[in-house]
Design a protein around this ligand. Structure first.
Ligand code: 8DG
Ligand code: MG
Ligand code: MG
Length: 146
């Protein structure tokens, strides 16, 4: 029997939005993928889960926060090397209780969570996510004045 055939990983990443322009980021620790870069809360889609269920579960596991209004935004397909192929589903969400404070529940995986302005992102942002934001992707709902 030969080597296991690799499969793409499916991740869900959550733009947790606050006020008009704040996004929650944390610096990644102890993961070969994106070590020391700033990324969104999120993680791997588990068997049988919806994107929304995965988003709420990962945000709770990693930050202790409860979220609402979870909406699908977009997906990226990233072949990072011979061994790493990521399919990332991006959603946005808001805090169920806007006064809730993020906790660093997994300090072995993340340096800590904080809110950053879309205009003043922490550096460096994790590869595919950084490219998206650099390219002008805006996760905030469009406000229309009429
Ligand atoms: P789990 O063991 O809790 O299921 O997963 P995790 O340990 O929380 O997974 P993760 O590395 O945080 O995320 C899953 C994959 O998603 C990982 O290969 C990296 C990829 N990924 C991106 N962008 C982002 C992002 O902005 N945030 C997070 N958390 N992961 C991202 O491509
Ligand atoms: Mg994670
Ligand atoms: Mg996780």
């Amino acid at each position: 029997i030969g080597a296991m055939s690799p499969a793409p990983e499916i991740g869900v990443a959550v733009f947790l939005l606050k006020d008009d322009n704040k996004i929650l980021f944390g610096r990644r620790l102890s993961s070969a993928i994106g070590l020391n870069t700033f990324a969104l809360p999120g993680g791997h889609l588990e068997f049988g889960e919806s994107f929304e269920e995965c988003a709420a579960r990962e945000v709770k596991e990693e930050t202790g926060l409860d979220i609402k209004n979870i909406e699908l935004l977009t997906a990226t397909n990233n072949v990072l090397s011979d061994a790493v192929h990521l399919v990332i589903i991006y959603v946005r969400a808001h805090l169920s209780d806007p006064s809730q404070i993020p906790l660093n529940v997994e300090p072995d995986k993340c340096e800590g969570w904080d809110w950053y302005d879309l205009e003043h992102l922490p550096q460096p942002v994790f590869g595919p996510l950084g490219a998206m934001l650099q390219g002008g992707f805006n996760p905030f709902p469009t406000i229309t004045n009429s």
